[in-house]
Design a protein around this ligand. Sequence first.
Ligand SMILES: C[S@@+](CC[C@H](N)C(=O)[O-])C[C@H]1O[C@@H](n2cnc3c(N)ncnc32)[C@H](O)[C@@H]1O
Length: 431
Amino acid sequence: MIENTNRPSLTGLAETISTLTNSIASHLKESNHETPDFTTSSAEIPSNSEYEKLRIGLNSVALDLLRLVNGPKVGLRDFFTHHYEMAAWQVALEFDYFNHVPLEGSITLKELAQKAGMDEGRTLQVMRFLATQRVFKELAGETDEEHPFEHTATSAMIAREPLLKDVFLMQADEMFRAASSTSDSIRASPFKITFEGSPFALRHGQTAYKWYEEHPAYAARFSRAMAGVTQLHARQPSSTEFDWESLPAGTIVDVAGGSGYISLDLAKKFPQFDFIIQDISPIMLGQGKKLWTGDLESRVRFMEYNYFEAQPIKDATAFFTRQITHNLTDEDTVRFFRSFIPGLEACKPGTPMLINDSVLPEPGEGTAYEEHGLRQVDLAMWIGYNSRQRTAREFERLLAQADSRLKLVKVHSKGSMGLLEVQLSAAASQE
Ligand SMILES: C[S@@+](CC[C@H](N)C(=O)[O-])C[C@H]1O[C@@H](n2cnc3c(N)ncnc32)[C@H](O)[C@@H]1O
């Protein structure tokens, strides 16, 4: 049990760290899983709930121990250089260092700088900084100028999984720039929260969606980044946390599904379903057409649709929407939920509307480490869209505001990819 106290003892924390580390080592051994290391051939960490629980526990305690040992001055001095660190990452990703360094062997500084199309001095600054995070490793050179570098587990992962580069560069590029306008956006509108007034809109001169529409290369990267994010999660909750087999065969409508890559995963697992991918962006839908090929092509329809308008599909087996509400202000979330009503009214009673989005814990429900991770995304939603993440109770309130017949019938899971099941009840409640 991890105690949440303001006066933990250093040795108590160290003992918990030791116990949890031993449990992790036993878990790896019992499941025949190799112990991770920093080399390019390192095993990935296991993706199962037991390991996840131990990992989260260890992080909570180990971070607290370091906070106490470092003290606030050292801790904050370190923290307030993070934007410079992000700048180093921006360069490494933008200039493609991860793919220029070969997965086998090494590359000299000169070759790397040449391939990146920039000077050796700044390339070395970036590489040496990243090496302190165990991202790339500098080897002993034959001359003082050679500076050979090789991959580590982290840098090799980015080279091997191209979508991850898109995930990280989107953060280090347009979102990093947007984040620097946060206080300015409050000064511009201290009390009224609108999508148009987000830090992103202020920094880039347009709301995120308009900006992506006008910058197709960035829109394509955004779409790939959304697909890449799923590779960072140990679980694929949309397919495992809801009993899809319980639904009758038919059509799943993925509202604002982007390229429809989540539905694609479902389509491969559940041949009884066809899919309609709705999205306002022809670019996102266009990306999807490249993904749904072969046998899958006949099971999908791509539809341009604005989710503030009445849902046109009247014979769905289920409506599904993922990573949308956390992009919307409260007011727009209510409008979004209301748009489902004509669809739900026309479909068979009990047709589920599945909201696959972050569902925050109630205060004190999880560890500070877990909540920190969720709150990081909460801030990202603010910066990008002037939006926020919500608890199940907050979702319930907005559903009721949209239509008193919209009932949250089950919280299938909470956390970064929570899953809420909503149905339209037969009559408005008398409460
Ligand atoms: C964060 S992405 C989520 C995409 C996908 N559901 C996922 O989980 O990755 C938001 C999507 O909403 C789409 N979108 C934005 N405004 C919309 C609107 N008014 N109507 C329909 N789709 C919209 C965007 O084009 C984008 O594909």
